[in-house]
Design a protein. Sequence first.
Length: 444
Amino acid sequence: MKRDQGLRRWVAQMRQSNLGRWLAIPGRSALALFALIALLLTGSALLVMETIEAERAERQQVTKTTRILVELRNVGRAAINAETGQRGYFITLDQRYLAPYEVGREQFPLSLQNLRQTFGPDISPEQERLLNEIEQLTRSKFAEMRESVGMIERGELIAAQRMILTDQGQETMNRLRRALFDMETMEQNILRDAAERSRAAEERVMPLLAILIVLISITLALGLFQTTRAARADAAEAQALALAEAHERADLLSRELAHRVRNLFAMILAIVNMSARNEPDETRVVTERIAERIRALLTVQEVTQGANSRPVGDLRTLVEMTLAPYRDDTSACVIDGVDLSLPDTTITPLGLVLHELATNAVKYGAWSTQGEIHVSWRNDERAGEVTLDWVEMTPNAAKPGDREGFGSMLMKASARQLRGSIERRFTPEGLIVTILFPTDAHAA
């Protein structure tokens, strides 16, 4: 209880403080949030830059250490190869054994020069001391070998033997090995320290970055919440009026468009009929098919629009109006199904399919042989699908042709528009068509 009272007092003091009054000014709180975001982003950038710099230093040290180790080993190999050549020449007096000696004598000055250049001006006092010692011992060893080789060439074999058997050359070689080993150890320690610094920087930056990301996310969420709340408050009153006006305009445009579309269909149908009035029979067949399709579209348009207060089409009405122009006393038809309302996007392609099926039934289907047609549908509300069955029963069912006509292509296109499927099966009794499509239909 005391804790809550203390918190409330702190909030009241903050509101009365200069900072609280400053934040209360419109727009100042958003500015403060953006400033905080900028500060957090700057901190994140600095942490990332620190880590990148540590990794860059590590990579540079790896390259430098690798070059130094290579040159140190080149110096050691040059001394060993030269000593091997010296001993082989002394034992065999064969000039060919001097080849390793000559190669080592030419190689070691270049390796020492490369070491100096690789260390550069940033060489430490200890590294300078070891490098000077390596240079002095290497030159001393090669001077001793050069002198003994000269003695052998002059035929002073006893003097050369005496020099080789002394401990001076061996001591120089041992000291050179120790100096090379100490320098390699020092470089490896330097590389390990650089890797440790890089690892420490990475371990330090990761939790800090995580904290900064959380803070940035919280700040952005607060900023988004504040902006959204302000936008809602500013637009709430204007939105209600705008929505009312938009609905009124949409209804007016919808009624006007429906009227114009009906007039357009009627005019096109009249033009088609007038154009075919004095044409040959072959042309009239084509124009009659065109007129039939236009009537189907007009029927679909009327069912789709319906009354002004009913913006969806009724499936039963669509079926009855589509079949009405083709039915007579001899055309038996049974229509069975639940009352169902469908969206405009479903009514139009479905009306075209029903018209095509009715046309085919009149030409060479059930109604061409005094057969019977059953049209039924069922709505699976759980699956959100409607299944419509078109069943033709005729005593002399026509066999399907191999050629795919315009009607078949139209039905396939309508199936894609319905986002469903149309399956046709020819049986001895007649044609069975199953139309399956999703719907947002509601019981009428």
